[in-house]
Design a protein around this ligand. Structure first.
Ligand code: GLN
Length: 275
């Protein structure tokens, strides 16, 4: 029997936790577009830090009521840009376009709740991790998909025979395609579209990161997150290989923003800790 949790073991690197408190603020200008084909303009002019993201992944990134990309990653990138004395510009694109955009020079940096994986490390350099995520399964409230207790006492779910929705190119996509076969996995450009397909009854479940999952379940009635335990993934910023100067500057900025509590306070703003 295939269990979603199994495949994750080999992919994940050890986590680093965010510590301390108190805040900082960020400034940004955004120039988001939703059309991949529009992402061709070269905007790196020394003064502008161009960030790529997929802004349908709340609370890490989403389009706010002013039509700007907001969220944890946008604010962290704003704080990084401020430290570097640069203006932040954000480009919104499909998740699976982000690494090609880095390699092609369309964007300078990616913050997208992107998990550090050995495969991606072949193509980009990851900074120190600034947050963590866990893959979870969203199902309709009346679904017959249910976690089963394993011999070691953990809960895992078998999605064999189900149609699974994922965001194209994400770790959820990679795990599910590997475990259950391409023919059972439907890939969507973003999490919101996958969840819409679930609400419409076109698929049986969605595999996605835990914090966006909580947001989508809160925003749509009749859905729930299964109680399963998965390996923690590390989120980090990605920079094109060979862009060492920017990499060093950004990594130093992230370390400083972790040390002075700025990143913890940005995360706390969007994911208030319980109690
Ligand atoms: N953390 C997942 C990944 O890196 C999903 C990220 C996302 O959809 N923005 O693949």
């Amino acid at each position: 029997m295939k269990k979603l949790s199994i495949a994750m073991l080999s992919m994940v690197l050890a986590g680093s936790m965010l510590l301390s408190a108190c805040g900082g603020n960020t400034q940004q200008t955004t120039d988001e577009t939703t059309d991949d084909a529009a992402q061709t303009e070269q905007t790196t002019d020394g003064g502008t830090l161009v960030m790529g993201t997929n802004a349908a992944f709340p609370p890490y990134e989403f389009v706010d009521e002013n039509n700007k990309v907001a969220g944890i990653d946008a604010e962290i990138a704003g704080a990084i840009a401020e430290k570097l004395g640069m203006t932040l510009e954000i480009k919104d694109m499909a998740f699976d376009s982000l690494i090609p955009a880095l390699s092609g020079g369309t964007v300078d940096i990616v913050l997208a709740g992107m998990t550090v994986t050995p495969d991606r490390e072949q193509n980009v350099d990851f900074t120190d991790s600034y947050a963590t995520g866990i893959q979870v399964v969203i199902v309709p409230e009346d679904s017959d998909i249910a976690p089963v207790e394993q011999e070691d006492g953990t809960m895992a779910v078998d999605l064999t025979g189900k149609t699974i929705g994922v965001q194209s190119g994400t770790t959820g996509d990679i795990y599910c395609t590997g475990d259950y076969g391409q023919e059972n996995v439907k890939q969507y450009d973003n999490g919101a579209l996958a969840v819409a397909a679930l609400v419409n009854g076109q698929i049986d479940c969605v595999v996605i990161d835990n914090e966006p999952a909580k947001n989508f379940v809160a925003a749509n009635s009749g859905l729930k997150i299964l109680d399963t335990e998965y390996i923690t993934e590390d989120y980090a910023a990605a920079i094109a290989k060979g862009n060492t100067e920017l990499y060093d500057q950004v990594n130093t900025a992230i370390q400083e923003l972790k040390d002075d509590g700025t990143i913890a306070s940005i995360i706390e703003k969007y994911i208030p800790s319980e109690g």
